[in-house]
Design a protein around this ligand. Structure first.
Ligand code: NCD
Ligand code: ZN
Length: 347
């Protein structure tokens, strides 16, 4: 008998859609999600409400007609962000959240925050108005080992901010460690964490063992297996504080396959197939909907989607493209390293 799985339409609470030819190529692959929080790390970054509104229009124009996706825009927090602009953009319904990148932490983060005390007035205004801060949680101190940067960020930056600005709603984006899981669990209903598809299925061996594999390199970098298992347990637990943010982050292969290659995994085309397999492997298919379609909406104080998607389990592996083409360049699709039997029916 054919196995099918019907879920409320999933949301993606952390997505990079880029701009221009890349946007045109990748947007259709996320079009079947309900809501997606759109990352603002364009070049130059999205820092004003007007820029966010214009970017939203470009995204809508890149989506196939009738696509369900509703882009939820974010502003890129800089040392110069004006609290009044953030509040005005939020009240006007232009933005859903503000993104904190510590300066230099990841792709296109040079304009990020250099000192948390400089943005205290913005954070206080956000706490007052219930505006969520999405946090890239890694320190940038070159003296800190890259595999420790998330844990050190939690202790030295995130926890102090949350104490100084009580009530600030925080999403720890793309957590990669058991430290991140534990800290997310230590908070009240003003704290949550997104988990990516790829961090549920790879550990750092995928990047480094038996040869270097740039398509598995992303930031925060995948950690050791015990951390991956902690993420799997959190994602499949059904706990409301954990939800999907794919962090699908496409780069042309020419930018990935370099002596100094870009960070980012492009998971949009096969995310739901990978997640269904992972949750099935953990006997947690009944909790997939909480992770992909319920928990994030509840945190962002939105209703869950009313419509449904269907995944069908095929007898033979479901094909997906190894690469897509963007502006004449190949972009490699994330390979989870196992066959995908779950196929997402067309929206
Ligand atoms: C993201 C990108 O390419 O924009 N890369 C990544 O490895 N995740 C930036 C980010 O989210 O850190
Ligand atoms: Zn990201």
């Amino acid at each position: 008998m054919t196995q099918t799985l019907t879920l409320r339409r999933p949301d993606d609470w952390h997505l990079h859609l880029r701009d221009g030819a890349m946007l045109a190529a990748v947007a259709p692959h996320s079009a079947g999600f309900g809501r997606a929080i759109i990352m603002p790390n364009l070049v130059p970054p999205v820092v004003t409400g007007a820029q966010a509104a214009a970017y939203r229009d470009r995204i809508l124009a890149a989506l196939p007609e009738g696509a369900p996706l509703q882009p939820q825009m974010t502003l890129y927090l800089t040392d110069a962000t004006d609290p009044a602009d953030v509040v005005a953009a939020f009240k006007a319904g232009i933005i859903r959240a503000v993104k904190l990148y510590p300066a230099g932490a990841t792709t296109n983060s040079d304009s990020g925050v250099t000192d948390m005390d400089r943005v205290r007035p913005v954070l206080e205004a956000m706490a007052e108005h219930g505006i969520t801060m999405c946090v890239h949680g890694e320190v940038t101190d070159p003296a800190v080992d890259i595999f420790d940067r998330e844990a050190v960020f939690i202790d030295t930056v995130l926890d102090p901010i949350r104490r100084k600005v009580p009530g600030l709603r925080v999403v720890m984006e793309h957590i990669t460690t058991s430290d991140g899981v534990d800290y997310a669990r230590s908070g009240g209903d003003d704290l949550a964490a997104t988990i990516t598809t790829h961090h549920l299925v790879i550990n750092r061996n995928a990047i480094l063992a038996g040869g270097i594999r740039p398509h598995y390199y992303c930031l925060p970098v995948a950690k050791r297996e015990s951390h991956r298992l902690a993420l799997r347990q959190a994602a499949t637990s059904g706990e409301g504080r954990f939800f999907l943010g794919t962090d699908s982050a496409p780069h042309p292969d020419t930018a990935k396959l370099q002596a100094c290659g870009c960070a980012g995994c492009f998971t949009a085309p096969n995310t739901m197939s990978i997640l269904a397999q992972a949750f099935q492997d953990d006997n947690a298919l009944d909790r997939l909907e909480a992770f992909t379609s319920l928990n994030g909406a509840a945190f962002y104080r939105m209703a869950p989607s009313d419509d449904r998607i269907t995944l069908v389990r095929l007898d033979t592996p479901a094909p997906y493209p190894a690469t897509i083409s963007a502006g004449g360049e190949d972009v490699t699709v994330f390979d989870p390293g196992f066959p995908l039997y779950w196929h997402l029916e067309d929206v």
